[in-house]
Structures are given as structure tokens and as C-alpha cells.
Design a protein around this ligand. Sequence first.
Ligand SMILES: NC(=O)c1ccc[n+]([C@@H]2O[C@H](COP(=O)([O-])OP(=O)(O)OC[C@H]3O[C@@H](n4cnc5c(N)ncnc54)[C@H](O)[C@@H]3O)[C@@H](O)[C@H]2O)c1
Length: 339
Amino acid sequence: MEEIKVFGKTGASKIILDDSLNRLPYLIPKTPVFVITDDHVKVHWSKFFPNAPVFVMQAGESSKTIDAAIEICRWLTTQGADRSSFILGFGGGVVCDMTGFVASIYMRGINFGYVPTSLLAQIDAAIGGKTGVNLDGYKNMIGTFRQPAFVLIDPRTLNTLPDIEFRNGLAEAVKHCLIADRDMFFEMMQHAESILKRDRDLVKKLIKHSVQVKANIVNLDEQETGERRKLNLGHTWGHAVEKVLKIPHGQAVSVGLVFAANLSEQKGLLKKNERVEIIKLLKSLELPTKTPSQEKTIYESIIKDKKKEGDTIHFVFMKGIGQAEVIPIPVTELTSGIQ
Ligand SMILES: NC(=O)c1ccc[n+]([C@@H]2O[C@H](COP(=O)([O-])OP(=O)(O)OC[C@H]3O[C@@H](n4cnc5c(N)ncnc54)[C@H](O)[C@@H]3O)[C@@H](O)[C@H]2O)c1
């Protein structure tokens, strides 16, 4: 068992990496518990749910809305949940974002924890206390910072995760390497084939690595006023691609990483051969590297994105492989990343 801590203003979060969901009952407090999951995860993993009322969301990004959050709050009310209650989010990134958001607004905030079941949620969405729902298609326009009491990561839950969803999670693992660990980037490159085959030890190592990278950054800047902005690498373009083209988050991030690599090379921060290596790694992980269509619409949607501040945007550049730098640029400069 490994344990990594995240310290936030709303409390500390214990991230436990363990091959055993049997630990779950010992983590849940002895107060009324309510479970939030989705219809895919429930099919495979309900036998590990605590004996508690369960709200089953329809799987997918389209469920991550304020209306759905209100529906869950209403359900909690009818179930008699109060300030002492505990909410457990058991599922992928959508379930985690939704659970954290509901837990942070219901009765001005109640305790919660996660069992993330997608690779993307295990290495990213469940870590760091950012919660959010989409508004009119714009990603995470309404949200909070609130740390879960615990995150229990059992990599065996990935056994039922479809391959495409597994690959989507790898995009965020590449992002973490690009931000903070050149060596791990090349290790991913060397073992791409085995990673795709889900080699147990490699997958565990990747999860641990990503959690540690993210925890280190969040511990420096929980509320994203500085260092944490680096975690948005690939997300300026990626979120807009996700919104416009309705492709999964991980795939949009992959395309967004290439976009960021293009701009970084143009700014003289990334060498051409490094950009080529990044594309090579993403391709070998069977992730997309080209924006499929509608670049103009995607660009226009960034103009409305929440990260835009006036006419400038805090864009995350790559400073070689393994380092990132946030530089405010005129939003118009983004057009030169389109290829
Ligand atoms: N809060 C954050 O810091 C943060 C960071 C990164 C991403 N996110 C959010 O995470 C979301 C993406 O997460 P995701 O890719 O997990 O999406 P998701 O939750 O939609 O899960 C993807 C699919 O996999 C299924 N699934 C999950 N676990 C499974 C399992 N073990 N077996 C079978 N099927 C399983 C789900 O039902 C769904 O169909 C996005 O909304 C993104 O904005 C949040």
C-alpha cells in the first residue's frame, strides 16, 4: 500500500494506492453514507459499494451539468442526508467531479471520498480537489475547490475499463511527464507497447507517478493562482476541442498537447525534435495528434473560455520535455498553433 497526501484549505486528502477495495469499509466514517456512481460502473463494481443508498448517473460527459447536480441534491434531501452524512463517488472522472461538486454545495459542504475507476480519474480527476460541472457545453464553468477525505485507488478496477478509456487516461499521464519528469517521458516511450497491454507493474508505476506529480503541484498552489496552472497544459485547446467536437476528454487533451507543443516550438521553448518525440509518444499510445476539424470554431470557443483574462490568456508552454511555463499571451497568438 502507498499513501500520498494532498494538503488543502478545506483539509487534507489521503490518496491510497492499494490492490484492495476491501479497505473501503475502514475508510468510510460511521455516519450515513450515500453513493454516487454511473450505470456502467454499477454493472461491474456494485458488489464493492457500501450498504447505502445509491444514485446512478447516466454515464458520460453530458451528465456533468448543474441540473444533474441539483437532481442529486434533491435526491440527498429525500434520502434524509444531513451535514454529518458522507458521499462516496465511485466511478470515472465525471462521477468524481460531480460527487465533489455536490458534496461541496450540499448544506454548505459535507464530507466525501472517491473510489476512482477509470485511469483518467485515478491519475488526475480524483486528485487535487477541483470539482466542477459544465454550463451550456463550456467545461467546468461552475465549480469549487474541496479536498476529498480519501481517494482509494485500486488499479484492478481498470480490468473492466474499455481500451479506449484506458488510452484516454494515458494522455494525462503524458501531460504529467511533460510538466515535471523528462525521464518518465522516455520511460513511457520505451514501454509504450507494454503500457498499452496494461502491464500491471507499469500501470501501477504510472498511476503512482502521476498522483505524486499532481499532489506536489497542488500542495504548492491548491487554488490555481500560479504553479497549478501548469496542470492545464494541453487543456486550453483541449477543452475547446472537447466542447466543439464532443470527443472524450483524454483524446482532446492529446490533441491539445500537440497544439501546445506547436506553440512552444514557435516561441523557441521547445526544440523541433522534442515536438516530434511528443507526437511519436502520443501516436504510440494510440492517441490522436491532429485536431480532426473545425479549428476556427474551436478557436472562437476559446475566446469565451473562463481562462481568458481580457485579451490575454495564461497559456501553458513546454520548456523542453519535463518542464512547463505559464506565459500570458494575446489570445490572437493562439491561431499560430493551428496546423
Ligand atoms: N477535477 C479534475 O481535476 C479533473 C482532471 C481531469 C479530468 N477531469 C474530468 O474528468 C472527466 C473525464 O473522466 P473520465 O475519462 O474518467 O470520464 P468518465 O467518467 O465519463 O468515464 C469514461 C467512461 O468509462 C466508464 N468507466 C469508468 N470506470 C470504469 C470501469 N472500471 N469499468 C468500466 N467502465 C468504466 C464510464 O462509465 C464512462 O463511460 C471529464 O469531465 C474531465 O473534465 C477532472
